[in-house]
Design a protein around this ligand. Structure first.
Ligand code: ACM
Ligand code: ZN
Length: 624
């Protein structure tokens, strides 16, 4: 992802329209007392509660027993301190039964006076039933150590559930910033609890190569390190002569195997991404013969370089195809998942225009422009992947010079790439930056860490992943993407991912009829408590901050404050003091008083402070 600007005003207007429509819609849906995210298909609360006092479990399908037992131990025994024991069926209060009438990852969960019964035909279904069960228990169950003095009660309930989409993805970019194996596993664990089932691992980019490749050892020896920088991404100084590249890391093949096994226990498949032919500066630093003319000297640190330094593999050099052949063979061998992501995004093709090898290939292959040259390269990569029994996924730029025969398209520049691909009969995964990019601001930018443009949680929730006029069966699903240019730590990765990831989880799992923004907000706030128990650094304040619009009305400046979620009251001052409950409450459009320099706003919910102290400099307000 590079710099992009979404229209903030347009998103505020569409947010209001969506919120009004959704609040009308929610009028028809019954309020529910449970707090499950994503919303299950059918929930019947049958009255009363069941008190969990023992964990006597029975698993009918012995092939699943080991994994389920590990999950029960980690997720139930550890926080409750109750003894986990495998027992014969008749003695069990926690049953996992096989039911072949339930397809795919569908499951039923019944809690009554006798205990808990799960039915499904797959491991996924059983795992998801367990996640739902955990969400019915008190929030302390999210703690990773024994919690005393808690009554582990569960409401008696009958749940029938199944996912809407088979592809419920979340992507982590580990190139721009480095995340350890343990952090990656934690990210997967947190996502799996919300029934995500694909982890898209963005393993290579201009700022670091992160996966061991035996045929090209320099990729990790040299390409996994860059000079250390803090501050604002894209404004850094490049690595200087004599400066050491100290920041980074990589995963060995054994590390990767460990993460794959860890994910599989959580019903998560891992799709690797090796991003070519663009986003390859780290590669060119290690293997200069893969560049068109002048390979860059240093792995990019987050300094500007597009169009100045090369970062695309030469599409006319035999060395490039040898490289691709060997790298994807090792990737295909390492990752068991059917799909391999080859990138294809934001490839700078300016050097291809000047490169004799690229020009020669274009002539020989009768390619009319550099977009077709990229498609030529991607088609060759697809053939390589097919030889290893893998399917190719690429970002929507792979459409530009003609789509490879069996490619699956990840639509990120809005949904138009996805629509075009589906119309051409290709499977698509919807991950538009307008609804799915977790690296963007989630609220008032002045109190958020610096990043690109705006993506509020209401925009993650309120959109249609299956556009009109296409074959809906070609939409495999949706995915949230966390690019990490401005995400230097794992704590911040959590902050950017949650709660927006919960909204995307519901988009991916729940049927359209079961979606209800107002009810989601209620459940989201319950999950804040759960995330706190688990020491997850979710964003606790962004949704409570004001959404400001300002415009000129004759000589005066008018200001409107809106809240993303209901029942937040804003108190404000223009006199530079910090507002509290004794200040003026926002009830109607404001007119900026003469000579005022600053508007300060704070949100309260039922008299309790929520969100941040937000300060707006009047002279810097963007007027509509
Ligand atoms: C992308 O954000 N460049 C796929
Ligand atoms: Zn070239």
């Amino acid at each position: 992802m590079k710099v992009k600007s979404l229209s903030k005003n347009a998103s505020v207007v569409s947010l209001c329209i969506c919120m009004t429509l959704l609040s009308l819609l929610s009028f028809h849906l019954e309020a529910s007392a449970h707090n499950i995210i994503p919303q299950p298909n059918k929930v019947v609360e049958t009255g009363g509660t069941y008190r969990l006092e023992r964990l006597n479990f029975f698993v009918q399908d012995s092939s699943r027993k080991a994994c389920l037992t590990e999950m029960l131990r980690l997720k139930l025994q550890t926080p409750t301190g109750l003894l986990l024991r495998e027992v014969p069926k008749e003695q069990a209060n926690l049953l996992f039964l096989t039911d072949t009438s339930l397809l795919g990852d569908a499951y039923t969960l019944q809690v009554d006076a006798n205990g808990i019964e799960v039915r499904s035909s797959s491991y996924g279904g059983q795992f998801y039933a367990l996640q739902t069960l955990l969400q019915l228990l008190p929030p302390q169950v999210k703690s990773n150590h024994k919690v005393g003095d808690v009554e582990w009660t569960i409401p008696c309930i009958k749940i029938d559930d199944a996912p809407r989409f088979g592809w419920r993805g979340v992507m982590l970019d580990v190139s721009r910033h480095w995340f350890t194996k343990d952090e990656v596993m934690r990210f997967i664990d947190e996502a799996a609890e919300y029934k995500f089932n694909i982890f898209h691992w963005h393993l290579t980019d201009d700022q670091g190569w992160r996966v061991q490749i035996d045929s090209f050892p320099l990729l990790t020896e040299k390409g996994s390190k860059r000079a250390f920088r803090v501050g604002d991404w894209w404004s850094y100084d490049s690595q200087q002569p004599g400066e050491e590249a100290t920041y980074g890391g990589y995963y060995t093949k054994n590390d990767i195997r460990e993460v794959i096994a860890y994910a599989a226990k959580r019903n998560v498949s891992i799709m690797p991404e090796v991003d070519v032919p663009g986003h390859s500066q780290a590669t060119l630093v290690c293997y200069p013969e893969l560049a068109c003319m002048n390979a860059p000297k240093y792995v990019n640190v987050g300094n500007k370089f597009y169009g100045i330094e090369e970062n695309s593999l030469c599409a006319g050099s035999p060395a490039t195809y040898d490289f691709l052949e060997k790298v994807y063979a090792e990737i295909a061998e390492l990752f068991p998942f059917d799909y391999v992501h080859v990138g294809g995004d934001e490839c700078y093709k300016g050097f291809w225009e000047k490169c004799p090898k690229c020009q020669q290939t274009m002539k020989a292959e009768k390619l009319s422009d550099v977009n077709e040259l990229q498609s030529y390269l991607i088609r060759r990569v697809e053939r390589m992947l097919h030889q290893h029994g893998k399917k190719l996924v690429g970002w929507d730029e792979i459409l530009e010079g003609g789509l490879a025969d069996d490619a699956t398209v990840m639509s990120w520049r809005g949904t138009k790439g996805g629509i075009a691909a589906a119309k051409a009969g290709h499977p698509v995964i919807m991950t538009p930056n307008t609804h799915c990019y977790l690296d963007l601001y989630q609220g008032e930018p002045s109190v958020e860490p610096n990043t690109y443009s705006m993506l509020r949680i209401s925009s993650c929730y309120n959109w249609s992943p299956v556009p009109e006029g296409i074959d809906a069966s070609l939409v495999l699903g949706i995915q949230g993407n966390l690019w990490t240019e401005s995400v230097p730590t794992f704590r911040h990765a959590e902050y950017m991912t949650w709660p927006r990831g919960w909204a995307l989880a519901e988009m991916a799992w729940s049927s359209n009829e079961n979606k209800d923004w107002m009810d989601f907000v209620r459940r989201m706030e319950c999950h804040f408590t759960r995330a706190r128990q688990a020491d997850i650094n979710y964003s606790s304040h962004s949704v409570y901050n004001p959404i400001l619009s300002a415009w000129k009305d004759g000589a005066s400046t008018r200001i409107e404050l809106k809240s993303e979620i209901p029942d937040v009251d804003f108190y404000y001052t223009f006199d530079n003091t910090n507002p509290d409950l004794h200040s003026l409450r926002y009830t109607q459009l404001l007119s900026v008083p003469k000579n005022a320099t600053r508007l300060k706003v704070r949100g309260y919910r039922n008299g309790k402070l929520v969100g941040d102290l937000v300060e707006y400099e009047i002279s810097k307000l963007k007027l509509q």
